[in-house]
Design a binder for this molecule. Structure first.
Ligand code: CP
Length: 354
């Protein structure tokens, strides 16, 4: 009997994680004033945003996602420099897709050795040149510091698209946007206690920029979480001290070690990531964890993964209702569209046509 339930729940839709973004439009009352301070801002860390700014960004993202054909050119005449000095499938292409969808033009650098950096040019001088050529920069660099070295001379906004092990703020925005599309009621500050969710994160926040940024953005909405369990199979685990700030924000973080099998039937969201970038290479953590068709997920649970995937996430789950990781990657385009629109001061063009 149990086996029948198991099979039925895993064979549901062909399109996974396709919640209607319109639910967010209904849940979040529009107030564009919260987006105005984003004009010309650098985006460096996930905790630079307050809840209202994020919610208004998600509302704009949901507007884009609900009406993709209605907003074709708010960035017409604007130029993006897309500088990615570390491999990327999703972040680079989704930022570029977002900018193209909004009608802007792009200059892309995928190898720093094709710039004056190879001749010893400072990042500060490169930044000064970027000021002359574009309206916004998206940077992924293996070095944490590069972002800040460029920021100091830039007069156009720079967005952190992953700086070494440090942070990946727009990934975290896309992650929680996905969670809010799945359960829009989580946005409400007066959420009843019995509707708060339990999240399990397989990952190491001390070493993974996606997990660190995710916890920062969870902290902004700590009311939505009953508990956030951290799982890993490392001997030393996560540094308790580095979790202190999250705990002080009201996030109930519990270090759960390797007790994933025991807790997974109680988890509403399972987030998994196993890669940590270390300069020009990466380390893999959590090798003992594997999500597949035999994982005893709670019914209606969702699985998130920033991707790229490795062996930890079986393709068996791709065609099950647990797969929200593809929706997560798809939604990132709309979140980035919303953010880019606000940074380069073209929000007015969008709000006017709605
Ligand atoms: N999520 C993410 O950062 O993926 P990429 O490395 O492909 O950009």
């Amino acid at each position: 009997m149990e086996e029948q339930v198991h099979i039925r729940s895993r064979n549901k839709p062909d399109v996974q994680g396709d919640a209607h973004p319109k639910a967010l439009l209904r849940t979040i009352v529009e107030d564009g004033d919260y987006l105005r301070p984003l004009e010309h801002q650098h985006i460096l860390k996930a905790d630079q945003f307050d809840a209202q700014t994020l919610l208004q960004l998600f509302r704009l993202a949901a507007k884009y996602e609900s009406n993709p054909d209605r907003f074709s050119t708010p960035l017409q005449g604007k130029i993006l420099i897309s500088a990615f000095y570390e491999p990327s499938t999703r972040t680079r292409l989704s930022f570029e897709s977002a900018w193209h969808r909004l009608g802007g033009d792009i200059m892309s650098i995928t190898d720093r050795s094709t710039t004056g950096i190879a001749k010893g040019e400072s990042l500060s001088d490169v930044g000064e040149m970027f000021n002359n050529y574009a309206d916004c920069v998206v940077l992924r660099d293996t070095r944490e510091e590069s972002l800040y070295e460029m920021r100091d001379t830039l007069r156009i906004p720079i967005i952190n698209a992953g700086n070494g092990m440090d942070e990946h703020p727009t990934q975290a925005m896309a992650d929680i946007y996905t969670i809010f599309k799945w359960r829009p009621e989580l946005i409400k500050k007066d959420l009843p206690e019995d509707q708060r969710i339990r999240v399990g994160i397989i990952g190491v926040p001390d070493k993974m920029r996606t997990v660190r940024s995710l916890l920062k953005i969870f902290s902004v909405f700590s009311h939505a979480f009953e508990a956030v369990y951290l799982f890993n199979d490392e001997k030393d685990g996560n540094d308790d001290e580095s979790l202190q700030d999250f705990k002080e924000s009201g996030l109930n973080i519990i270090q759960a070690g390797s007790s994933f099998d025991e807790l997974v039937p109680t988890l509403d969201v399972v987030y998994i990531n196993t890669i940590a970038w270390t300069g020009d290479d990466f380390l893999t953590f959590g090798k003992s964890f594997q999500l597949d068709n035999n994982t005893p997920f709670k019914e209606n649970a969702i699985v998130l993964h920033p991707l790229a995937r490795g062996e930890e996430l079986s393709t068996e789950l791709d065609h099950t209702p647990f797969n929200w990781y593809f929706s997560q990657a798809r939604g990132a385009v709309f979140v980035r569209m919303a953010l880019l629109t606000c940074l380069v001061h073209r929000k007015g063009r969008v709000l006017d046509v709605v």
